[in-house]
Design a protein around this ligand. Structure first.
Ligand code: SF4
Ligand code: SF4
Length: 423
């Protein structure tokens, strides 16, 4: 995907109270309309193409791109919409059965899909900030009869490798500052089986660090599948070791997300080979070009309780980045790594901050009634101790850059070469 789409003239047919516009993404015209209603903030987007082998995929990529934060910012919308925010999709398909199956595998579990037949492919999608909707499962977590009394969550992840072959500034999981650390397939299976007793997980995410540094990554994938924690397993990678993966690895995957970082791009030949293998092994492939990162950690402690509460209330990460680390369940990865953050980076912490984050931000897996403890924790309305040092899901955007070894040793969040240039 190129990054040269441009926002075109406002479309008079779409102009309304909140206005509409057209974004051209890689030759696909996407019509968009933003609206704020009582039920929450919405974005409608639609695009169409004549039928061709890759048309449906091009439409999905165009809609994802046009709704991203980078694309919406020039329209005065500071926060983007994510694919997980999809409320509904209306699709006009030219070959209904295979195209519908293809599309369903790419939609979040909660998204409604309406289909009709036509002579060209069209997608019309509605995104909603669901945290605002009282009907959202995210408004309150509950035990679900449909899932045998377990708590349904969108996603749960394990960081099977904590170290990485890159050193991205503002890495969510602190990888540049951490030493070599792996979870064995046996440990992964044990943790997944335990959590599967309490959580019904839409998507299980294998993350890092860089998971492809794991010498037994295919066994890890099999261990997750055996545990029954989720029907969908998605692995996230920076793609730089993808050319070393054998066919057994591809056979075990459902979804693969490649973050193609501007500061460490994946060779085009690797991306092409991944596209071919994904087709061959029926893997849902998502290649995400990444030129910017949201700042994660506040360099200074936020002392204002109201601001901390507002950050927590608006934070979508706490619904999509649940993780187990060091024997505790955390609702977000930032809380899971807070002790490392305090230890390696933060000069401004007050005495006791690190201890509070360690003791109060996660649920020990050894809790006597773990299910009840998880439910209360997921529904708690007060912020975590870690929220004082976090921007939440929509921190300031900064260029995606690599840290130098000296930056990491010095505990810097940004390379010294650019830190002074940013506001
Ligand atoms: S690729 Fe970058 S963002 Fe991802 S884990 Fe490694 S250092 Fe962190
Ligand atoms: S620490 Fe708080 S604000 Fe940051 S991701 Fe976690 S819940 Fe969200």
């Amino acid at each position: 995907m190129t990054d040269d789409a441009r926002v075109m003239e406002a479309d008079p047919h779409l102009s309304g109270e909140e206005g509409g516009w057209i974004d051209l993404v890689d030759g696909v015209e996407v019509s968009l309309r933003h609206d704020v209603r009582a039920g929450g903030e919405q974005l409608e987007a639609e695009a169409a193409l004549p039928e061709a082998p890759a048309s449906l995929e091009r439409l999905v990529v165009a809609l994802r791109t046009a709704s991203s934060r980078e694309r919406l910012a020039p329209r005065g919308l500071p926060i983007g919409f994510r694919w997980e925010d999809l409320l509904q999709v209306e699709a006009t398909l030219t070959d209904a059965r295979p195209q519908a199956a293809w599309l369903k595998r790419r939609l979040p579990a909660e998204t409604s899909l309406r289909l009709r037949a036509g002579s060209r492919l069209e997608l019309r999608v509605t995104f909603v900030r669901r945290g605002c909707l009282p009907t959202s499962q995210r408004a309150r977590y509950e035990r679900s009869a449909e899932h045998g009394g377990r708590i349904r969550v969108e996603a749960f992840e394990l960081h099977v490798v904590e170290h990485c072959n890159l050193r991205c500034a503002h890495c969510c999981n602190m990888s540049p500052y951490l030493g070599r650390r792996l979870l064995s397939p046996e440990e992964v299976e044990r943790q997944c089986r335990l959590m599967a007793q309490h959580l019904a997980v839409d998507v299980f995410k294998i993350m890092g660090g860089e998971p492809l540094l794991h010498p037994r990554i295919t066994e890890v994938l099999r261990a997750v599948r055996r545990s029954g924690i989720s029907r969908a397993v998605r692995l996230f990678t920076n793609g730089l070791r993808l050319d070393r993966m054998d066919e057994d690895f591809w056979r075990e995957l459902d979804h693969l997300t490649i973050s193609d970082y501007a500061s460490a791009p994946v060779p085009p030949s690797t991306l092409q080979a991944a596209a071919d293998l994904a087709r061959r092994f029926d893997v849902v492939l998502n290649v995400k070009p990444v030129a910017t990162f949201s700042e994660v950690m506040r360099p200074e402690r936020e002392a204002d309780d109201r601001r901390v509460q507002a950050t927590y209330d608006a934070c979508w990460l706490r619904h999509r980045c649940m993780v187990v680390r060091d024997g505790r369940f955390f609702k977000c990865t930032r809380a899971a790594y807070a002790p490392d953050f305090h230890h390696r980076l933060l000069a401004d912490a007050h005495a006791g901050d690190a201890a509070r984050a360690l003791e109060g931000d996660g649920v020990p897996l050894s809790s006597p009634d773990l299910g009840a403890a998880l439910l209360a924790y997921l529904n708690r309305s007060e912020p975590l101790a870690s929220c004082r040092f976090c921007y939440g899901g929509d921190g300031p955007l900064v260029p995606h850059v690599q840290l130098g070894a000296a930056d990491v040793r010095a505990g810097r969040l940004l390379p010294v070469s650019i830190a002074g240039e940013l506001p």
